[in-house]
Design a protein around this ligand. Structure first.
Ligand SMILES: N[C@@H](CCC(=O)N[C@@H](CS)C(=O)NCC(=O)O)C(=O)O
Length: 205
């Protein structure tokens, strides 16, 4: 199994899951800023030009955070990354989808890639501001779902690694403050050896 990732990108959440599972895996970093995701060597593997990209042992390629997380969790039941109860399973799915489809795709993507949303540079500040609003609103909502709990569904699961990459981004952004429950969740995540190993390997602090 090989994870193609970019340091500090959303692939960090999948990196943490692989560390939680604890089986040997390879990693291959790419530099998004240098556009490596659009080079033929990469698009031959993943034509979507995105990380995380998971190369499985049978040679097949899996993309999209929730699909990779689901695959890793269900193919490694001993790691207990997938909640047992149906209600917790749907809440984990709900959180992952909201993190990826709303906070990341509609929020963070606007903040860091405004040209993908508005061709005219004159509009980019407005696009960035809208992205930051979407991102902050999403974090506030996720904060409420953490109320009274250590992890998204009570026990650690795939959903926490999705929330973690958002928290990592917000924590590193000078104009953003993590709401209280997310801040506590972020610290809880940083204390996990899996997170420490993944961050160290990606050269993050
Ligand atoms: N829907 C995808 C989103 C993946 C994504 O947008 N990844 C970013 C890094 S956080 C990326 O690879 N961006 C490169 C680009 O868009 O050129 C998923 O869930 O995996």
């Amino acid at each position: 199994m090989k994870l193609i990732y970019a340091p500090g990108a959303c692939s960090l959440g999948i990196h943490v899951l692989l560390e939680e599972i604890g089986k040997p895996f390879e990693t291959q970093p790419i530099k998004l800023r240098d556009g490596e995701q659009r080079k033929p060597e990469f698009t031959a593997v993943n034509p979507k030009s995105k990380v995380p990209t998971l190369l499985r042992d049978d040679g097949s390629v899996l993309t999209e955070f929730p699909a990779i997380a689901y695959y890793l969790a269900l193919s490694n039941p001993a790691a207990k990354l997938w909640p047992a109860a149906l209600e917790d399973q749907v809440r984990a799915l709900e959180t992952m989808d909201y993190v990826v489809a709303t906070a990341h795709m509609q929020g963070f993507s606007r903040m860091f890639g405004p040209a993908n949303f508005a061709p005219s540079e004159a509009d980019h500040d407005k696009v960035r501001a809208r992205g930051q609003q979407v991102f902050s609103d999403a974090l506030a909502l996720l904060d409420r779902t953490l109320e009274g709990k250590e992890y998204v569904t009570g026990q650690f699961s795939v959903a926490d690694t999705a929330l973690f990459y958002l928290e990592f981004w917000a924590h590193g952004h000078p104009a953003m403050t993590l709401p209280a429950n997310c801040a506590a969740h972020y610290q809880r995540m940083l204390a996990r050896p899996s997170v420490q190993r993944a961050m160290q390997q990606e050269g993050l602090r």
